[in-house]
Design a protein. Structure first.
Ligand SMILES: [Fe+2]
Length: 298
């Protein structure tokens, strides 16, 4: 009888130890997930590329373009100081932004977006287009934002427009900003045909039109966003889980894509929209340096 009860006690103890171990394991898993998620949403990756071309004057050699996208009203430390510090350290010649600066889902904050647009041109001239989220805002909210930023010095809103970017010797390239609502129209072809320079850079929010639309016009470079790297990324691969307008395992989720003579840089972006968590997917700033190689351009 005594033997049986001590056997029962041993069984109870080992069962208790098993339960404690399981609880401890789950706490550890949740802790690691939490740490990774905080990192995945707040630690900014800087991705640097060099684009070699013989189509530009040597005066553009070393010209540095910093690309930001899909901020979605995220703020990196007070007044975005952490984000601004990273951009400043890259010493860009220009900054380009490809939309979804303001979030339209559940954390719209026009004041924060305006504050960022006031701060960023102190680093370099800034050119930006709207994404789908700006167009999902109530019209009065969007026009309020546009009114506040159109008079800012060194901030250029490209609403289906082309501007010329000058090198330090006065050579130029064309920068085209395509509004997200215009993707299905023939506007890009017209803009590219009328652009004054042979070398053309396109800012366009959505990347999935690279083959059938952007490359068809013959632009040299495209900067794009929209996919947030697939929101959750599969570790040790270059594959995102889901992309808007592309579905599961999107073809375009991040990195460099070429189609004909067109190269597209697709950033994972900085923030989140409705679904609040990135996983294995740090916010990203892309920096492209132009490298001119000898060619006809002079
Ligand atoms: Fe977005």
């Amino acid at each position: 009888m005594q033997k049986q009860s001590s056997a029962e006690q041993i069984q109870k103890k080992s069962r208790r130890a098993y339960i404690i171990r399981r609880i401890g394991m789950w706490i550890l898993v949740l802790f690691l997930l939490d740490v990774m998620t905080f990192g995945a949403n707040n630690r900014i990756d800087i991705t640097k590329y060099t684009y070699k071309t013989d189509a530009l004057s040597v005066s553009f050699n070393g010209f540095r373009i910093v690309h930001l996208t899909d901020l979605h009203n995220k703020v990196f430390m007070e007044n975005n100081e952490a984000l601004l510090r990273e951009i400043r350290a890259l010493n860009p010649d220009i900054i380009v932004m490809t939309g979804d600066t303001i979030d339209a889902s559940n954390h719209t904050n026009v004041a924060d977006a305006v504050m960022f647009m006031e701060q960023i041109p102190e680093i370099a001239p800034t050119y930006f287009v709207h994404g789908n989220h700006e167009h999902n805002l109530p019209k009065s909210v969007l026009s309020g934002f546009e009114e506040k930023i159109t008079n800012l010095e060194n901030v250029h809103f490209l609403n289906n427009e082309c501007v010329q970017i000058e090198s330090h010797t006065g050579q130029t390239l064309s920068l085209i900003g395509l509004d997200d609502l215009s993707l299905q129209a023939n506007i890009l072809k017209t803009l590219a045909d009328e652009a004054p320079d042979d070398f053309q850079i396109l800012l366009a929010h959505e990347p999935q039109y690279l083959k059938d639309y952007y490359a068809e016009t013959g632009v040299d470079l495209v900067f794009s966003g929209h996919v947030h790297g697939g929101q959750w990324r599969i570790p040790f691969t270059h594959q995102g889980l889901y992309g808007p307008d592309q579905g599961l395992f999107p073809k375009y989720s991040d990195g460099v894509y070429t189609e004909g003579d067109t190269t597209m840089y697709l950033s994972r972006g900085l923030g989140n929209s409705g679904f609040p968590v990135r996983l294995f997917n740090h916010p990203e700033i892309v920096c492209v340096t132009l490298e001119t190689v000898s060619g006809d351009a002079s």
